[in-house]
Design a protein around this ligand. Structure first.
Ligand code: ZN
Ligand code: ZN
Length: 181
């Protein structure tokens, strides 16, 4: 049997990886509003502007956002804090978003991320220790955990931390600059 080569993993040296991430973010912004509209409509719940706006915000971000970040991004709408909390609760109930919390890389602020309909399984999260960017690692599945008999698991949270690609690149540029002085 021919052995298949291991999938290539993107490393932080891979400038193309950063480009792809940015390109993906841009295309997500373009289709985010349409996708949000469709998903809120398909949920069968009330199709409110606040629900569509918050979901669009999460889709376009391509990462997990805190309450404050969502509020800032939607500051030109009349979304108030109570409505935002309710909308986020609703999105989580509908499995359109999930909570990302308790990470210790940068802070422990509760964040919310879009749950892509085709990728709703448990996955790991990453937090940048320098800028706090928090994102889903959709391709990193949470492993089964052999817990002692009698324990009824409700979930596992797998968190990774380090420097995000932009921070890593910026740090290297700074280090290179300093070394040539
Ligand atoms: Zn960062
Ligand atoms: Zn996630």
């Amino acid at each position: 049997m021919a052995s298949r080569s291991a999938p290539t993993t993107a490393t932080l040296d891979d400038g193309d990886y950063v480009g792809r991430v940015h390109a993906a973010a841009e295309s997500t912004t373009a289709v985010g509003a349409a996708l949000a509209r469709r998903l809120v409509k398909e949920s069968g719940g009330r199709n409110t502007e606040a629900r569509r706006n918050v979901l669009t915000c999460l889709i376009a971000a391509g990462r997990a956002l805190s309450h404050a970040e969502i509020e800032a991004q939607l500051s030109d709408t009349d979304l108030d804090r109570v409505t935002l909390y309710r909308v986020l609760e609703w999105l989580v109930e509908q499995s359109l978003a999930h909570r990302v919390g308790g990470l210790s890389g940068f802070d422990r602020a509760m964040r919310f991320a879009f749950s892509r309909p085709e990728r709703r399984s448990a996955h790991a999260h990453f937090q940048c220790v320098q800028c706090g960017t928090t994102m889903c690692l959709d391709d990193v599945a949470v492993p089964a955990l052999p817990v002692p008999v009698g324990i009824e698991l409700q979930g596992i949270e797998l968190a990774a931390f380090g420097y995000c690609a932009p921070c890593s690149l910026a740090n290297r540029a700074l280090a290179a600059e300093n070394s040539t002085r």
